[in-house]
Design a binder for this molecule. Structure first.
Ligand SMILES: O=C(O)c1ccccc1N[C@@H]1O[C@H](COP(=O)(O)O)[C@@H](O)[C@H]1O
Length: 210
């Protein structure tokens, strides 16, 4: 049974799409270029988001005080660290908020998976490694590298609708995280979002989709 997160919502219509489709989580990205939104934009968008959908704030090496301010104002419900944050950073964050913390592991090779066992976050998020950007690349990685005894984890990295069956049935992540594959010309695409949300829900509930 896997949940679904649609990341990188930046327009009011993206929020309307989410409210209609009801993914378990959406992501507000506060880093990079393509999907970065300001704290004020996130505040406005969160007000319009259905309260049953969790808002995950995605950060890269962000000032901790900014994260705490967004968390205290309930603009974000969960914190996703997608940069070079270490256990000291996570401990500092934890001392200031009760919000759950996800740490992204950008997987280059098996050693990254081995090292991830020591990360002190509530969840791990496995994503692909790319040189040029921290995340949201649309590139996948070798899922054979994933650990056998995994704690609850998010799986990201170029996940497409046609990958969902295999991921739900064979990898069973806590949550499937998608962004690039549900966009057209850099914007979220309602029909693509609909197909992937429906597919995750149906396979997670053990129903046949096709
Ligand atoms: O989406 C971004 O622009 C982004 C920027 C900086 C860090 C993380 C980012 N997104 C995360 O990347 C994956 C989704 O990737 P994909 O586009 O499906 O390959 C997800 O975890 C986002 O939160």
């Amino acid at each position: 049974m896997s949940k679904i997160k649609i990341c990188g919502l930046k327009r009011e219509e993206d929020i309307l799409y989410a409210n209609d489709l009801m993914p378990d989580y959406i992501g507000f990205v506060f880093a990079g270029e393509k999907r970065k939104i300001s704290f004020d934009q996130a505040r406005l968008l969160k007000k319009k988001l259905n309260k049953r959908i969790g808002a995950i704030g995605v950060f890269v090496n962000e000032d901790i005080d900014n994260i705490i301010s967004l968390a205290n104002d309930n603009i974000i419900d969960i914190i996703q660290l997608h940069g070079d944050e270490d256990n000291d950073y996570i401990d500092k964050l934890r001392s200031k908020t009760d919000k759950k913390i996800i740490k992204a592991v950008r997987v280059k090779d098996k050693q990254d998976i081995i090292n991830s066992k020591n990360i002190n976050s509530d969840y791990l998020l496995f994503d692909s490694f790319t040189d040029k950007m921290y995340g949201g690349s649309g590139v996948s990685f070798d899922h054979n590298l994933l650990p056998d005894n995994k704690r609850d984890f998010f799986l990201a990295g170029g996940i497409k609708e046609e990958d969902i069956k295999d991921i739900v049935e064979n990898m069973n992540p806590y949550c499937i995280d998608v962004s690039s594959s549900v966009e057209t010309d850099g914007f979220k695409d309602y029909e693509k979002m609909k197909k992937i949300v429906k597919k995750v829900k149906m396979y997670s509930e053990g129903e046949i989709y096709e």
